[in-house]
Design a protein around this ligand. Structure first.
Ligand code: TXA
Ligand code: MG
Length: 319
């Protein structure tokens, strides 16, 4: 039987060209890709993920120069952002060109575009020439994003077909949280904090940025998302974490004492971003009932970490 997982970018490009799906490594998280212009393949991405139609997909390009093929009315600020950040963890939201289908954008007249920075996936996109791939994160809808090929197989392996699909193993993601999404269709606004810090975006925009309040709010972004099966709690500091751990450990879940794990990566936010999703998955694998996270500071990758933890905490535990 053919293996689902491969390390060969040529096979991933072949799957995509033939209308199959390929899970692709990126520096942020793994994506589940389809040729952006093959409607049946794009629809299968939604089916495989269990993602409701109408939640738009990011279109991934191999070359920043392809920007003008996929978007129109591109403002200078978007050009500045992509010049500074691509390839890299930035998604810009722009008016879509006629090449972008309703299936990709859920009928919106905007498209999210990004050039990922990963050598394996760059190799796939180069082989696809002037085509592009639409790809959401390669997890089941609502769950924790995958930062390794093993995570993708654990989530979606039984829904993919090794004869037409594949998972390109490009090693663990180096950034570990999703791209920063900046809406450039009006006054620029960060819709989702991510791999490029808010400070860096502000420095590049060098002008007004529309304020962002509350959790990320791009279309299809629900309050509850990025969730492990365990209940996630976010607390202000280590003392509060220890107190909550004591309180929760006294409880019983299904006739046994609840298990609690504290996570606190504030001493190195870059390392915390890289490992957060793997740590949440490991907590589930280890049968942990409650994850207590110490809230990261609002600096650097701390904005993205706060956002993901708040969403994980807003989701009802399924354990
Ligand atoms: O780092 C990333 O961005 C990863 C990797 C695979 O590139 N992708 C990713 O995709 O996180 P996904 O689908 O899990 O999240 C993308 C979010 C969607 O939830 C949606 O809210 C927003 O991007 N988005 C994409 N296109 C949009 C559009 N046209 N209008 C509004 N929001 C859009
Ligand atoms: Mg996602």
């Amino acid at each position: 039987m053919r293996e689902l997982v491969t390390t060969d970018p040529a096979r991933a490009a072949e799957c995509l060209g033939n209308g199959g799906l390929a899970a692709l490594p990126t520096e942020t998280v793994y994506g589940l890709a389809a040729d952006a212009e093959q409607v049946a393949a794009v629809r299968r991405v939604f089916a495989v993920k269990g993602r409701p139609a109408g939640h738009p997909l990011i279109v991934h390009l191999g070359d920043p120069a392809a920007l003008d093929d996929w978007a129109v009315e591109i403002p200078e600020v978007a050009r500045d952002l992509v010049a500074a950040c691509w390839p890299g963890p930035l998604t810009v939201l722009l008016r879509r060109s006629p090449r972008v289908s309703d299936d990709v954008t859920g009928g919106r007249d905007t498209v999210g575009l990004r050039v990922p920075a990963h050598p394996g996936t760059a190799g796939v996109l180069a082989r696809l020439g002037d085509r592009a791939v639409a790809a959401p994160s390669a997890n089941r809808f609502g769950r924790v994003s995958p930062t390794s090929a093993g995570h993708v197989v654990a989530d979606l392996g039984d829904r993919l077909d090794a004869h037409r699909d594949c998972v390109l193993d490009g090693g663990p993601a180096t950034i570990g949280v999703e791209s920063t999404i900046v809406d450039c269709t009006g006054v620029p606004q960060i819709l989702r904090p991510g791999g490029i810090s808010t400070d860096a975006i502000e420095a590049i925009v060098a002008g007004p940025l529309a304020p962002r309040s509350g959790p990320s709010r791009a279309a299809g972004m629900l309050a509850g998302h990025y969730a492990p099966r365990a209940a996630v709690h976010v607390v202000a500091g280590p003392d509060a974490a220890a107190a909550l751990e004591r309180a929760l450990t006294g409880r019983t879940v299904a006739g046994r004492t609840a298990t609690v794990r504290i996570i606190d990566g504030r001493d190195d936010l870059v390392a915390w971003a890289r490992t957060l999703y793997a740590d949440l998955r490991r907590a589930d694998d280890d049968g942990i009932d409650h994850v207590v996270a110490v809230r990261p500071p609002a600096e650097g990758l701390g904005h993205a970490l706060r956002d993901r933890l708040a969403k994980a905490a807003a989701s009802a535990p399924t354990r």
